[in-house]
Design a protein around this ligand. Structure first.
Ligand code: ZN
Length: 187
């Protein structure tokens, strides 16, 4: 089932996600829905808070980038209760976008290599070292679980240029070609 995506400005995107407890939620259904939602919107990563689920997990599939980044081939994974335990290497810029922030793409600087510990969809623990595009997409999605958005990682000057556009997104005036969640109005 395709789920509506939460837009920039909504509270859930600012909160720290809660740990997933096995058997407390229907994790298989959620994962299937998150992949379906992500593919329908042509995304390469999606975090649970972006579909209004307050738990700590994200899905990625960066296979579409394999032409430019050989590491990306077949990199499709579910990360439950992830923890980035180390970031290292040179900082590099990559032009990031986000399904919750339609029509905005900005160069974001992050370190090139991460060590990430997480549970897979079978709740088996892994600790992986990732770099390049695979690290990048995980860093972006991991930020969502900490209540952080990529536009907070660009320069204050760039952000001030984007202020009007961000307000338009928050107010539901930017309509992408995928389903977004209706704005929760204050009563
Ligand atoms: Zn995002």
């Amino acid at each position: 089932m395709i789920l509506p995506i939460v837009r920039y400005g909504q509270t859930i995107l600012r909160l720290t996600a809660k740990p997933v407890e096995k058997d407390k939620i229907n994790i298989n259904e959620l994962i299937a829905n998150m992949y379906e939602t992500m593919y329908a919107a042509h995304g390469i990563g999606l975090a649970a808070p972006q579909v209004d689920v307050p738990f700590s997990l994200f899905v990625v599939d960066v296979d579409a980038f394999k032409k430019d980044y050989p590491d990306a081939e077949g990199f499709k994974r579910v990360f439950i209760n992830p923890e980035i335990i180390e970031e290292s290497g040179e900082e590099w810029f990559f032009n990031e976008g986000c399904l919750s922030v339609p029509e905005i793409h900005e160069d974001v600087k992050r370190k090139s290599t991460i060590v990430i510990r997480y549970l897979d969809e079978n709740f088996v623990e892994h600790t992986d070292t990732l770099s390049g595009i695979c690290a990048r997409v995980c860093q972006h999605e991991y930020d969502h679980l900490q209540g952080k958005m990529f536009v907070e990682r660009i320069s204050p000057l760039r952000r001030s240029f984007l202020k009007r556009k961000l307000n338009e997104i928050a107010n539901g005036k930017v309509l992408p070609d995928y389903k977004m969640k209706n704005i929760q109005r204050k009563r």
